[in-house]
Design a protein around this ligand. Structure first.
Ligand code: SF4
Ligand code: SF4
Length: 351
């Protein structure tokens, strides 16, 4: 395990070095994947929602199809759709079909509420490769977090239909918080019986409704419990740790087979609801994070000229703690979203 990790770390170093050399020569490769924050609308009202509804005008079908044309011709291969609840867009199936026509490998995240047999057939025809359904606990806990008494059964039904009729990889994403951490073991049993392909486990990010709600964040002890739970469970179920912890400090090698890095500006970016481009969908859609707008410039123009602070790793010089940290070549300053409330540093969960 450690040997495999060490080889992967070496590969990561060489890849980043190569990207840095190309970057200095003004050669920027297209991103591996682009996420589309398709809508802020949602049928649920989760206590930890980071995607607060606002009045932004959504890109219309023609506009997003134009973006897909640009992504395909620029050489982007992977297109991920998130929200809000993407299936609330009336043109959702039309857009995934268009993405398939352009040769893009499409995936999406959903609460599963609107997934019925017809939708499953449509997404199967559009060759969607991966679908992630949110489940935040056993039935009572999930329904209470999502403030909807039908939401758990709908999510389970969606997974069963998808497993039966679709070739896509089907995963579950769970956001762990003090409200559900004690029932993770029970949820694990349910997910194993559903035979899902992967279980993505993350923690609450301090944005949207969760920004100032400290009751949603794990204590140091709870975070350690979560790490131990993952180490114990990963033989029984394929667990991926959520991307808001790109580095796990002392738990890293016991949990991950390969090292991660925040992918913003190197491997990925996000197209916001009304066309603003930012690093990732969990970053607030504010001027600070915006790098350009797809309605005034092309995707290629924005990608090639923006994202400098991520590519230059400015944070490792600007942040006093990161600049002198022994972990900086593994952690790279952690997650930008967690940084919103100074929750990004893995050392604060271990020391
Ligand atoms: S100080 Fe910075 S680089 Fe070091 S572990 Fe914390 S976030 Fe990562
Ligand atoms: S900012 Fe955080 S959540 Fe967003 S891509 Fe980077 S590590 Fe992932």
């Amino acid at each position: 395990m450690n040997f495999y990790y060490s080889i992967s770390k070496l590969r990561q170093k060489l890849l980043l070095k190569n990207i840095e050399i190309l970057y200095r020569r003004n050669k920027i490769n297209p991103p591996n994947f682009v996420v589309w924050d398709s809508t802020k609308r949602c049928n649920l009202d989760c206590i930890h929602c980071g995607s607060q509804e606002n009045q932004q005008k959504e890109l219309n079908t023609k506009e997003i199809e134009d973006v897909l044309d640009q992504l395909a011709s620029f050489g982007v291969r992977n297109f991920q759709i998130t929200g809000g609840e993407p299936l609330l867009r009336e043109d959702f199936i039309e857009v995934v079909n268009y993405a398939a026509k352009k040769g893009l490998n499409t995936s999406f995240a959903s609460n599963g509420y609107y997934i019925d047999e017809d939708k499953v057939k449509s997404v199967s025809k559009a060759n969607v490769s991966l679908i992630q359904i949110s489940i935040d606990g056993i039935k009572e806990v999930h329904n209470s977090i999502r403030k909807n008494q039908e939401s758990f059964d709908k999510a389970i039904n969606a997974i069963e239909l998808l497993k039966k009729h679709s070739d896509a990889k089907i995963g579950v994403s769970t956001v762990v918080m003090p409200q559900n951490i004690d029932t993770l073991g029970q949820l694990e049993g349910t997910l194993i019986s559903l035979n899902i392909d992967f279980w993505n486990i993350g923690t609450v990010m301090p944005v949207g409704k969760a920004k100032d709600n400290t009751s949603l964040f794990l204590s140091k002890e709870q975070f350690s419990c979560l790490m131990r739970f993952i180490i114990d469970s990963k033989k029984a179920i394929n667990i991926e740790i959520g991307e808001n912890f790109p580095y796990l400090g002392k738990w890293e090698k016991a949990i991950r087979r390969t090292p991660k890095i925040c992918p913003i500006g190197i491997f990925s970016c996000c197209i916001g609801v009304n066309g603003h481009i930012r690093g990732c969908p969990d970053q607030p859609d504010t001027d600070y994070y915006r790098e350009g707008n797809i309605q005034t410039e092309t995707f290629k123009e924005i990608w090639e000229k923006a994202f400098e602070r991520y590519r230059n790793r400015d944070i490792l010089r600007e942040d006093k703690k990161c600049s002198v940290c022994n972990h900086k070549s593994n952690c790279f300053g952690g997650c930008w979203v967690m940084r919103e409330n100074n929750l990004q540093c893995i050392l604060s969960y271990t020391e």
